[in-house]
Design a protein around this ligand. Sequence first.
Ligand code: DLL
Length: 433
Amino acid sequence: MIWNKTKECMSREEMRQLQGARLRKLVDRVYHNVPFYRDKLQKMGIMPDDIRTIDDIKILPFTTKQDLRDNYPFGLTAVQPTEIVRVHASSGTTGNPTVVGYTRRDLSVWQESIARCLAAYGATREDTFSVAYGYGLFTGGLGLHYGVEHFGAAVVPMSSGNTDKHIRLIRDLGITGLACTPSYALHLAEVMEKQGIPEEKIKLRIGAFGGEPWTENMRKNIESRLKLQAYNIYGLSEIMGPGVSHECECKNGSHIIEDHFFPEIIDPETCQPLPEGEQGELVFTTLTKEGMPLIRYRTKDLCSLIYSPCECGRTSVRMTRIVGRSDDMLIIRGINVFPSQVESVILQLPEFEPQYQLIVTRENNRDNLEVQVEVREEYYSDEINKLVALKNRLAHNLQSVLGISAEVKIVEPQTLQRSVGKSQRVIDKRVLD
Ligand code: DLL
């Protein structure tokens, strides 16, 4: 089923016309309402009238996460504060989180985008979706939640955690759709197998999985164990949240909601646009966003774009799976973590050296983060309970800044490996296959 045939099946030329018209309006809006963009454009000698077609996007400046941090919290907002009806936030590299404000219309575009995803997955109003993304500042929970309601299926706002109760509800309520991270889906499968729940008691048929990278092998694994069709859903809070792109029944790339989010691929080093089909960094322009519109936002996600028509009938550009990042952001249990955040927490405690290492592993489909950190010489000889208290203090501070728990391991001074060049702060032992 196609939710919005007009928008999802437009000819490429019609789409370009629409995108061009929307880009013109967007640039005019940010020029007049966002001093940050006005200054940038003026410095580059660009006036809103210079934008005529979507191709003119190439002359516009890029926006980065750093720009969001520098303008924390609402410096990039393009509307009066009273127009903002919802705020989400995700982690910044250090210090300030990235805050995003939505107008009522932004929320309605978001719902519509999720409804398009669900239709592409073959969902109907008969379905009941359990949403096991985190509810709260993370966009996964509320994003999927209102999308499912808008689509007209039923939603069970499960949120993350409490696996036993979740499995019970999947069974007792006859839940047919599951929205969560792919690693959590595998964890659910494992627990269900351990509990020995008979297959016929489980009615799951559709999975909307994203928020972290996953692979074709993981798809096969999840599909065979949970007996459902597993589909990708991609997005990022700066642009909207989940639903920027989604797979369809062909499972061959994710359709970008292109009438709202214009994609480009650039070379992360030179920032030059790359020829069609080449792999590079994904950049989005929010063509219709009111609250916090972004021009050429660098996602740091690496992938390529597929422009050929899809067999499902949608004409929108598809993106391949994310194959990596052009920065050092980690995604641990669905939460974005920057090594620099860990560093800033460590540096706040005078007992530690600025020598640390992050070790990330995945056991039973659950990510674990271990932070090894050197204690200063003068504290190392302290009694054991002082060291335990210090370890607990760091673990507590990390939890409150990162939003996930980390195992802290205090090591002797001068034991972590020093490197001559770029230090290896992260050892990611997870193998996604
Ligand atoms: O993760 C939004 C989301 C929630 C998407 C639920 C899908 C499902 P952020 O916390 O801002 O937003 O993190 C965005 O997560 O730049 C990617 O690096 C990564 N990511 C999100 N979806 C996928 C996916 C949400 N399907 C960052 N595959 C993005 C690979 C993904 N990576």
